[in-house]
Design a protein around this ligand. Structure first.
Ligand code: BGC
Length: 888
């Protein structure tokens, strides 16, 4: 590993290294601390686990450096107060594993609560205290356990029932296609919105589980639902409520045709078009007991969706944030435009007071015309407007339930009087994944790019990864999904989300193994463009490498194989020419056959590795052989020795083979040269790549020691570049490099060009892992201290804990702070020039002096020294290095 650093100031500098900081103190107490972050099936205290052998994980904590787990013990019990291991006591298991630990106790029962804790033994075989108690509840293991019926009719449903005794436990299992809101005794249950997650309803329908003990009471209770139309385009609702009473009796309330129904105040609802709500149709008290529903009709039994009813084991969509508008303008009489200051997905909450029957309209847009009016040309057919018709008289607050919009601006018309900044609030709505990564630097453009990535990525999580959040599309385009996944995983906890989406992908697979461009399948075609379908193997692979998930590889092994074989069936002489989109939205076009053949090779290569991991040696060998053949065919077909590059020598044409090391060793240098000169000279330091080339460009520049150039591209502000978007006010990523504000394909919240989201971590703060490492067990820290960047800090929370790398230049020195989780090791590459001394300051010891590495410092091992860098190995803990310019 060499450093491409132009160490102008550093040229005369030698490197002095000091470990200043003490350890990542988990607490003041010495020794092993209780494990934290207990997860079951990737979720914290999940209520609806419907796999009978769930997996556990935890993060061991330790006050000392260089620490590991040598053994663990898990206790699972049926009672929360006395955790005695009646369900499972693993005993002391000698193992360093902290993730993907399979449950190994008594057979779990469905619809049951379990409690668990874990402790571990450290490097000195000292046991930690037990963790705090975590919980997981099983949902239904068997479809037969559903006694409830799917019902429908109008968009409001209600049922009253009496509980003779005090309820001590209540759990509701509920799904409503076209979306639902569940209400018990006058209150909304839970914080899910736009629930359940979108799936291929013919294959699977997800239900949510809510703990509702506190919502119930002895006596008369009322359970209600409001229904939307959503992606199902119709109403169907199912609920099964299990209540345990004081004396231990079980009462089960189910949806059936004894429920009552009527049309409520939601006049119409549509994801694309918005909602119309007539508050005059509200019937106060309808969701509470004692309401007279004699005029309501009986609900009908609905046709059951064909799919299996399965538990929603992922974070739900929620209102995750509230935005205060930046400003409000009045571009025309009676027209008010609110600028939220940020493009996002969700809706607006309206506060209003006026005469009964007054319709107030909110229309949503990403753009403005120069005259200040909203520009909705790029929404295509999506109407994106919510209308609220006032009850009248009192202060009224409204927000829609069964739609969402992608917008920055809200146009308000029909408002009685003059609105103030308090009239509207932006409600940010998306799948509530936790942000787990942070990146910040001395370059404000990079910092805005990071914000744009975060906003574009998270506001396109709507139970599937969508392409955009505003126009009449919002589909699970597979290309966009895999190209944004790594950046997403580094910034957010995506494990449960992608586990679900990988199932969604397998749900669209047909007998021949082919996939579709969008999942669920609505748009695009079948078979999927190979650059889109590759999301299946790639997302499985990311789950494996980032989270150590082998179960996903096992579960999808046959599906992946069928998919790869469907590619082979289309290929001719090992070249896959079928392509629908190629290097989509590229400035310089690359043949689709090159792009498809690249992915054909990539998929086959990964599949042969997956087969090896699962010890299916024959497949591993067969597919490795096939990969070799594709590689030769690829080089024979696309490489031109005259041009020294892959024809037509576009950036993408050279980036893709370089990414997978396809060029022959003798050709590699010329291919890199071609790529670099195309960027530098032909395009004056600009990229010309579409989504596919952009996906790998920065990583290829990293691996070919061109980080300074990657940085120049990343911070470019003229067209085409990310900076160009930002200079034109982008607060998310655009769909196109061009600035377009007219009609057509031109979304302003489209994450697919966001490959820098991963590169910030992988290159600028240099957090990566060895190719053999899973879940950042063997970390690599290789910060690229490029050009004028003087500070960069990044941390990500891996399944094993937080990894941090932070460096800054100061007074001719470089400080580098690194945090490595317990049970992990890291190889840290320190840039050096003419290094003479390394001191472990806190111990007053020289580690390295005048070209010699001195042994005897436990925490630091030497790995390799090259002319430009020193690679050292450290164990867990926090290390603060100081690289100073003083020789001797
Ligand atoms: C979507 C893209 C998608 C593409 C496929 C567009 O309409 O918005 O993000 O990948 O079609 O060509």
């Amino acid at each position: 590993m060499t450093f491409p650093l132009k160490f102008n100031i550093m040229l005369l500098i030698c490197l002095v290294l000091g470990v200043l900081c003490t350890t990542a103190l988990a607490s003041d107490k010495p020794g092993p601390q209780p494990p934290e972050n207990l997860r079951c099936e990737y979720l914290k205290n999940p209520l609806g686990v419907d796999v009978d052998n769930p997996r556990f994980s935890w993060i061991p904590k330790h006050a000392g450096r260089n620490q590991k787990q040598t053994a663990y013990q898990i206790i699972v019990s049926s009672a929360p107060d006395a955790i005695d291991g009646d369900i499972w006591d693993s005993d002391k298991v000698v193992s360093s594993h902290t993730v993907q630990i399979n449950f190994g106790g008594k057979e779990l029962e469905s619809n049951t609560s379990y409690y668990w804790k874990v402790r571990y033994w450290d490097a000195e075989d000292t046991s930690s205290p037990y963790s705090t108690i975590a919980r997981f509840d099983t949902a239904f293991f068997d479809q037969e356990e559903w006694q409830a019926k799917w019902i429908s009719k109008h968009n409001q449903l209600r049922k009253e029932f009496t509980l003779e005794e005090t309820p001590v436990r209540g759990k509701a299992f509920v799904s409503g296609l076209g979306y639902y809101e569940l209400r018990i005794n006058g209150k909304k249950v839970g914080c899910n919105v736009l629930d359940p997650a979108w799936t291929t309803y013919d294959k699977r329908v997800l239900y949510s589980t809510f703990e509702v003990t506190k919502n119930l009471h002895q006596g008369q209770n009322t359970i209600c639902a409001v229904l939307g139309t959503g992606w199902y385009k119709s109403h169907a609702f199912i609920l099964q409520l299990h209540i345990e009473t004081e004396s231990g009796d079980e009462v089960v309330i189910i949806s059936n045709n004894s429920w009552k129904s009527r049309s409520g105040p939601i006049i119409s609802d549509s994801i694309y078009d918005g909602e119309t709500y007539d508050a005059r149709l509200e019937t106060p008290g309808w969701d509470q007991s004692g309401y007279d529903d004699s005029s309501w009709e009986k609900a009908d039994l609905a046709i059951s969706p064909k799919g299996l009813l399965l538990s929603q084991m992922m974070p739900s969509i929620q209102v995750v944030d509230t935005i205060v508008p930046h400003k409000v303008t009045n571009p025309a009489p009676g027209v008010f435009v609110f600028d939220m200051g940020q493009n996002f997905s969700g809706w607006a909450q309206l506060r209003v007071k006026g005469k009964t029957g007054t319709p107030v309209q909110m229309r949503f847009a990403e753009l403005l015309y120069p005259n200040g009016n909203i520009n909705r040309e790029n929404l295509r057919k999506a109407k994106a407007e919510d209308t609220y018709i006032l009850k009248g008289g009192t202060d009224e607050v409204y927000e829609p339930r069964f739609t969402y919009h992608g917008f920055r601006y809200v146009e308000l018309t029909g408002y009685p009087g003059v609105p103030t900044m308090d009239t509207l609030r932006g409600r940010v709505v998306h799948t509530a994944v936790k942000q787990t990564g942070n990146f910040i630097s001395s370059n404000s453009l990079l910092n805005q790019m990071q914000q744009n990535f975060l906003w574009a990525f998270k506001t396109n999580l709507h139970s599937i990864p969508t392409d955009c959040s505003q126009r009449d599309e919002r589909m699970g385009w597979l290309g966009d999904a895999h190209l944004t996944a790594e950046g997403g995983i580094m910034n957010f906890d995506m494990a449960a989300f992608y586990s679900k989406f990988i199932n969604d992908i397998s749900d669209v697979q047909d007998k021949k193994g082919t996939l579709t461009d969008t999942v669920p399948y609505i748009w695009g075609g079948r078979p999927a463009d190979p650059a889109w379908g590759t999301a299946y193997p790639l997302l499985c692979w990311f789950m494996y490498t980032f989270y150590g998930d082998t179960r996903i590889l096992e579960e999808h092994y046959e599906g992946l194989k069928k998919y790869i074989d469907s590619l082979t069936a289309m290929a001719q002489r090992n070249i896959l020419s079928f392509s629908r989109y190629g290097d989509w939205i590229a400035i310089d076009k690359t043949p689709g056959s090159l792009v498809s053949s690249f992915y054909y090779y990539y998929d086959v290569l990964l599949f042969s590795r997956i087969a090896g991991i699962l010890e299916k040696q024959n497949d591993a060998d067969d597919y490795a052989n096939l990969a070799e053949k594709i590689k030769s065919a690829f080089n024979d077909t696309f490489y031109s020795s005259e041009q020294g590059g892959y024809v037509p020598n576009t950036q993408t044409a050279n980036v893709l083979p370089l990414f997978l090391d396809l060029p022959a060793p003798s050709a590699r240098g010329r291919v890199i040269h071609n790529l670099v000169s195309d960027i530098l000279y032909r395009n004056n330091t600009h990229l010309t790549t579409g989504i596919i080339g952009t996906g790998y460009l920065l990583d290829v520049l990293l691996k070919t020691n061109n980080s300074d150039l990657a940085y120049e591209l990343a911070t470019q502000t003229t067209y085409p570049s990310w900076g160009y978007m930002i200079e034109r006010g982008a607060t998310t990523l655009w769909e196109l490099w061009q600035e377009k504000t007219g009609p057509g394909m031109n979304s302003h919240n489209h994450p697919m060009l966001g490959s820098y989201g991963a590169w910030f971590y992988r290159a600028l703060v240099g957090i990566d892992q060895k190719s053999s490492s899973l879940g950042y067990k063997q970390i690599l820290i290789r910060p690229q201290m490029v050009r004028d960047l003087s500070y960069a800090s990044g941390s990500l929370t891996s399944v094993r804990g937080q990894v941090l790398s932070e460096w800054k230049r100061k007074d001719g020195m470089i400080e580098l702070k690194v945090t490595i989780p317990v049970n992990c090791t890291a190889e840290i590459t320190l840039p050096k020039f003419n290094m003479k001394n390394i001191a472990l300051k806190e111990k007053g010891l020289q580690v390295y002096t005048r070209g010699q590495f001195l042994t005897g410092i436990e925490e630091i091992g030497m790995v390799e020294e090259t002319e430009l860098s020193l690679i050292i190995q450290v164990g867990s803990g926090t290390y603060h290095f100081e690289l100073s310019g003083n020789s001797n």
